[in-house]
Every structure is written in C-alpha cells, then in structure tokens.
Design a protein around this ligand. Structure first.
Ligand SMILES: [Zn+2]
Length: 198
C-alpha cells in the first residue's frame, strides 16, 4: 500500500513537472462563483489558485451558474451562506457536496470564516482561500477523507492558523495522489460514472 502510494506520488510529481512545461493548457478545475457572493475577493482567489498550482492543478475562476467543461475538466460551484443557522453543522466553515447529481458544489459559511479570521488573527482572505482549497479538494478526491497534516486536516490547530498567517498550508502527499487520480480519470473520460455515485 505504501509502495503503491509512493508510486502514485511519483507519478503525480511527474504530472506536476509536465504541466509546468505547458502552462497554456486547459484548466483542470473551473470554479463558478455564484452571483452575489460579494465577500469572495481577488486575493482569496489568487492565493487558492497558487496553492493548487503548487500541486500541479490549474484552476480557472468564473462567475455565475456552473456550465459543463467541454475539455472534460472538473466543474465546481461555490456559493456563500453569509449567516447559516447556529445549529446547522456547528463549527464547520463550509460544506462540500462532492457526489451531488448535476452540480458538485460548495457552500461557504462566511460569518464563521470571518469570526475564525478575527479569533485567529489570520487575514480573512487567507482563511477563505484555505477553506475553498479544502472543500474543492473534497470534491476532487471524491471520498470523504482528511489528512493528518496540511490543508486537508479535519480541524486546523492554533499552530496551523499561525502557519497560515505566513505561508499557505501545503497538501499532504496522499492528497496530491488522490487529486491527480481524479484528474487523470476525468481526462480519460472514465470518472463520469463514479463521480455522481451518491
Ligand atoms: Zn473536510
């Protein structure tokens, strides 16, 4: 299992290297931001994009209702719920629906992101970017899993927030493997049937 993972990681890193040589290629993931999502700033998009770029994933940002990608890339919709009910998924900063039929979407609970930013002393756009990257990665990995380290941890610790204030939390090796496994499947057209599994 470990050897398999290492081989997968090596393959993913080769893919990363290959992509860097071809920066003009079509995006791997297109993120559609719902109209009226005012809090979603350029800085958050830029940081989230650079976090994915470090893992060899090209992200494009659009506004409005998600449309299928003719090139076979993953399409994700993001909306903001500015003030969800207090007892709705308490503690969660966002929720992803990786298996939803038709639209694979993310809802960000923006008041909680703001409160977390204030409490941790981390700039809001940095927290927003990490929340987006975390949830988009759930959609990309297509299984409900978390990692022991990095941006895919189930809960970020005080130390994680301190790190986040300076430099983005990285992906764990296994996350890069999972992400590229999905992207490879999408490119080969083999992911469509499993992607919508409930
Ligand atoms: Zn999660």
């Amino acid at each position: 299992m470990k050897a398999k993972l290492a081989a997968g990681f090596l393959m993913a890193m080769q893919l990363v290297a290959g992509m860097r040589m071809n920066p003009a290629a079509a995006p791997d993931v297109t993120v559609y931001v719902a109209a009226g999502a005012a809090p979603f700033g350029l800085q958050a998009k830029a940081l989230a994009g650079s976090m994915f770029a470090a893992a060899g994933v090209r992200v494009a940002w659009r506004n409005g209702i998600p449309k299928p990608d003719a090139m076979g890339g993953l399409v994700v919709g993001v909306r903001f719920d500015e003030a969800p009910a207090r007892d709705y998924r308490p503690g969660a900063l966002a929720v992803a629906y990786p298996f939803a039929q038709g639209s694979r979407g993310i809802t960000v609970f923006y008041d909680r992101v703001l409160a977390t930013a204030r409490a941790s002393g981390v700039e809001e756009y940095r927290v927003t970017a990490h929340v987006l990257v975390h949830e988009i990665t759930h959609v990309l990995e297509r299984i409900d899993r978390h990692s022991e380290t990095g941006v895919m941890k189930a809960h970020w610790s005080r130390e994680d927030y301190a790190d986040m204030a300076r430099t983005p939390l990285p992906f764990a090796e296994e996350d890069i493997v999972w992400i590229h496994r999905t992207l490879e499947g999408l490119r080969n057209g083999s992911a469509a049937t499993t992607l919508d599994r409930p």
